[in-house]
Design a protein. Sequence first.
Length: 420
Amino acid sequence: MARTYFLTLLLLTLITGLKTHESSAQTSGYEVLPSPDLWYNAVDGIRIGINLKGQVPGTFEDGPHRLDTGVWLGLWFPDNPLSYYIGYTEPITSWSEFGSEANIELISSIRTGYHNHGIALNKRWQQGFDERRYREVRLYNSFEKRFNSEYTPFENLWSEENKFLTTFSAEINDNNRFGWYQIRVGASFQYLNDAYSMFGLSGNQNILFNEYWGLKVRVFTGLATANTAPEYLHSRSMKPAIGWMHSGVTRAKGTIPQSWMESGNIQVAGGANIRGYTSRDIESFQRTCVDVFPADAMCIEQDFSPLLFNSIASLNLELDYWNPVIKIFNEIPYASEFMRFRSYLFYDAGMSLELIDQEPTGSFSNAGTGFSLSINIPDYRGKQRGFVLRYEIPFWLSDPEDENSFKVRHLFGFGAIISL
């Protein structure tokens, strides 16, 4: 690990030197733009660092030799206080044209207790000058490993095995006579030790009735073979744990207070997204405490597994309705271009596909109402770049266990299940 720290510091020194040597776009063929970074998690404490964007001047993140990197130091000085991310993208000129780039992407990352190193081949096809209408494919070969479980909010959702993965993914974003739609498909194959594979498919359709009323429809299927590591398996209510690594808010324990996560009132959108079962899923992820001595309580790891599915399918529906706050937002000059408030009724339903033996079985559904606030400034490719905050009330569950089916339940969420 000391070698990693040395290489990280060397990289930072070289890049900073490049910025100093070529600081002016007018006199240089390359520029590196720094920005400070400050974040927090329960292991690193306050994490300070620097982000660096490298590009050919005037290309606005759409030219050759694109660099996206960051180096951070955890001020609580844990066992591994230094972390980094490096992404380098080089277009393939012969396969590219305006809006339809092909590129090679190199990635190396050691942060929040997780290794991710790989190389990707990406290709995009954009229709005309509308960056919202596109097709994309990606082939990514990577080495990945969880080497420090202290960062994870729920350790039972992770393995510590070495993984060598080949992942193929494709996405279509377009509109039809009903409105905008999106289709995503992905398949991954893991080769080391006990080999396994995963497959996922989701489709979103927005149906807009008028400015205030509309219906959002989503279907989802997730499949994983036997021996699949728990971070790729599916809960009823949230995305798999590996998906939590894609956001700084959920990447490490403590950014969202752990007591909030353990309360079962915080939901991370994705996966089957049968959101009313968040509390019960979270309860199954936690370790339990037992009384060992009459005057003492000790927490020990129990011989049980979290409630996870190798195969699951679901349907999510959200009906937007008029709300006076929506009208207020729509009348705010400029802000209404990137801020949006929604009020909606929702219904989620899903079931286990029983792909393997001893997989949890059953079907589940819920209904409720919710409100969301989104702030989004799309990137140069028209993709979402922002965040969504949600407050939802799942007031009906089909399988309430020892509760009433109808009950007021409070849920706070991050991210949108249908973000078109």
